[in-house]
Ligand binder design. Structure first.
Ligand SMILES: CC(C)(CO)[C@@H](O)C(=O)NCCC(=O)N/C=C\S
Length: 207
């Protein structure tokens, strides 16, 4: 995990090293993306956490960027940033910056892309270049009919075989009226999982 420069603390000369965890949130085109503002604000409650967001174009349909109090990157940033050989490559900068990736919600389309190594936008490029020694958590969210399609289980299994951690979807009356599995895990479940993973990683580095 990335350590910031230790800050000299006023009460004593010894610096008190602050552990900063960089969490990169990926958001895709499920209606559950309407939870992004609350998810980000809950994550920011975790001491020492810095959050950035990578969005797909479809996800933008579900939230208001003004309600996201952290840097939000989309495909246009990638195009604007790289004009020539010496320019930085955004998806590489982001994979380096992040200590943990959380894809919430993961829609059916992006699930399929990741399972097959497709990288046709900023989010899937970050994931395609992901450092497998860092945790990647994903929160599937889709209509029940999509969830129950046999290909979904295959693709979720593929992501787990890559070493990514699933935060399973839950049974709910979905916004489209269907009752069944497919709803994104509750925000508090997701935040607790991020805390647990970060602390167990911290323990690993401390031991
Ligand atoms: C949106 C929310 C969180 C409200 O509780 C819940 O319905 C949900 O996670 N839906 C995601 C599933 C989905 O994308 N349905 C698309 C068609 S039904």
């Amino acid at each position: 995990l990335t350590l910031s420069e230790p800050q000299p603390s006023p009460q004593n000369s010894l610096p008190t090293p602050q552990k900063y965890h960089h969490v990169l949130v990926g958001v895709t085109g499920s209606v559950a993306a309407l939870k992004l503002p609350i998810l980000v604000s809950e994550l920011l409650e975790i001491p020492g956490l810095k959050v950035r967001v990578v969005t797909t174009e479809r996800a933008k349909h579900f939230y208001n960027p003004q309600e996201i109090p952290v840097t939000l990157y989309s495909d246009t940033e990638e195009w604007q940033l790289w004009k020539g050989r010496t320019d930085p490559v955004l998806h590489i900068d982001l994979r380096r910056w992040a200590d943990l990736m959380l894809v919430a919600p993961l829609d059916a389309n992006t699930l399929a892309k990741i399972a097959n190594g497709i990288c046709d936008n900023l989010l899937t490029c970050v994931i395609r270049a992901w450092d497998m020694t860092k945790p990647l958590l994903f929160c599937p969210a889709m209509n029940t009919a999509m969830w129950e399609h046999p290909i979904t289980a295959q693709q979720v299994e593929q992501l787990k075989d890559f070493g990514y951690t699933e935060i399973p979807c839950v049974v709910k009356r979905l916004v489209c009226g269907d009752e069944g599995r497919g709803a994104m895990a509750e925000v508090w479940t997701i935040v607790e999982k991020v805390k647990a993973i970060l602390s167990e990683r911290d323990l690993l580095t401390q031991s």
